[in-house]
Design a protein around this ligand. Structure first.
Ligand code: UD1
Ligand code: UDP
Length: 370
């Protein structure tokens, strides 16, 4: 491709789930600032207003140029459907580069559709590894990394994972754009959000759980609910639709809604969620992004990771996070210990200082115009 051809062609940014919208928001802004021709696509993995469009509006992103809805299918069917419509779209638009972020089925589908059309892929948040092959995310991130042209690794550890696997693409260590997102939105959140008026408790633990290997296992899910009900501090729990669906299917959702120690909320917008992170005593979660956000200097909260593994060892090493497993007694003990000890947390985040998106866009500019 000649310089003038690649300069004229667009960069396509694809998102599909709530964390992708949040983590790509700073990248979209940086691309706009640098006057890149941009095609913004929502591949349709998440489709409820409060899991997708809510974030596009709140984060003041442009409306997607192309948007899809994939509804609920099996893992394979969901991936296949996204490949099909992304392939059609890429044939029609022929961008210079496709950017995808993270480890969802939508990311793998997008990357596959792009490479099959000979379009380079830039993988934002490349190189994370949980080494837990029960997780669909581990399949997605490994496969996407091996077909990407540019790999934007958030940390040295992620960069080393990629080097160890001898990926073909070019690796750049950039920091994680989630820190950019927290910095760009927290002060707006503190002005606009009214969520603390809704929360019933003065001091609370913030909890989320949605990982398939946790909540699709009814024993684990019930165990989490019992843990929160018995915790020494009340728990505020914005509930992911996957989790709500599982609790409803097992007939215990209505009962849990009445527990005095747990306040279940719908999936929240980013501004409300940031305010809860800022004001909680600690976070108990199986989320990936939340483990990172808790390390942002303006949040700085201890996190208990209710999983068997994490692909974010940097947060553990820095002292923010602890992987406590999925058993009730272990989680309860760790909660009590964390609340009693109140360790001083580092002033710096291992995920960068908020300029990851600018770095990524500088690299793209260089790569597409030399
Ligand atoms: C997906 C990602 C996960 C990411 C999460 C972000 C994969 C394999 N998983 O998990 O890595 O952490 O998004 O939140 O890609 N649902 C709705 N409305 C929606 C979206 C989902 O009701 O807008 C319900 C449906 O019942 C659906 C289920 O949640 O079947 C699971 O959705 P899906 O996108 O397949 O996976 P997530 O659990 O959201
Ligand atoms: N988040 C949000 N509202 C919520 C729960 C989470 O805005 O009710 C944000 C959170 O701040 C983080 C992202 O969503 O940026 C994490 O998404 P999720 O836990 O669904 O996915 P993961 O990061 O595990 O892939």
């Amino acid at each position: 491709m000649t310089t003038s051809e690649s300069q004229m062609k667009a960069v396509t940014v694809v998102v599909g789930t709530r964390p992708e919208i949040i983590k790509m928001a700073p990248v979209i802004r940086a691309l706009q600032k640098n006057e890149f021709p941009l095609i913004f696509v929502h591949c349709g993995q998440h489709y409820d207003y409060n899991m997708s469009q809510q974030f596009i509006e709140e984060l003041e992103l442009p409306p997607p140029d192309y948007g899809y809805k994939v509804k609920a299918y099996s893992q394979g069917a969901q991936t296949a459907r996204i490949i099909t419509h992304m392939e059609r779209l890429l044939k029609k638009t022929s961008p210079a580069l496709v950017l995808a972020e993270g480890d969802t089925n939508g990311v793998l589908a997008t990357a596959l559709a792009a490479v099959k059309r000979g379009i380079p892929v830039g993988h934002v948040e490349a190189g994370l590894r949980s080494f837990d092959l029960r997780m669909p995310e581990e399949h997605n991130r490994r496969l996407t990394d091996h077909i990407s042209t540019y790999l934007f690794a958030p940390t040295k550890n992620a960069e080393n994972n990629l080097k160890r696997e001898s990926v073909w693409g070019k690796i750049y260590a950039t920091g994680n754009t989630v820190i950019d997102a927290v910095i760009q939105h927290l002060s707006i959140a503190e002005k606009k959000s009214k969520i603390l008026e809704v929360v019933r408790f003065e001091n609370f633990v913030l909890a989320t759980a949605h990982r398939a290997e946790n909540v699709d296992d009814l024993a684990v899910l019930k165990n989490f609910m019992e843990t929160f009900a018995e915790a020494s501090q009340p728990v505020v729990y914005p509930m992911h639709p996957r989790t709500k669906k599982r609790l409803q299917q097992s007939g215990v959702y209505t009962k849990i809604k009445k527990f005095k120690n747990i306040q279940i909320l719908p999936p929240l917008g980013y501004l409300d969620f940031l305010v809860l992170m800022k004001n909680c005593e600690m976070i108990v979660t199986d989320s990936g992004g939340i483990q990172e956000e808790a390390t942002a200097p303006c949040i700085r909260k201890p996190v208990l990771v209710i999983r068997l593994s994490t692909e974010r060892p940097e947060a553990v090493k820095a002292g923010f996070a602890e992987v406590v497993g999925i058993k009730k007694q272990k989680i309860l003990k760790a909660m009590t210990r964390t609340l009693e000890k109140r360790r001083e947390l580092p002033a710096k985040s291992p995920y960068g200082n908020g300029n990851a998106a600018e770095k990524i866009v500088r690299i793209i500019k260089k790569e597409l115009t030399f």
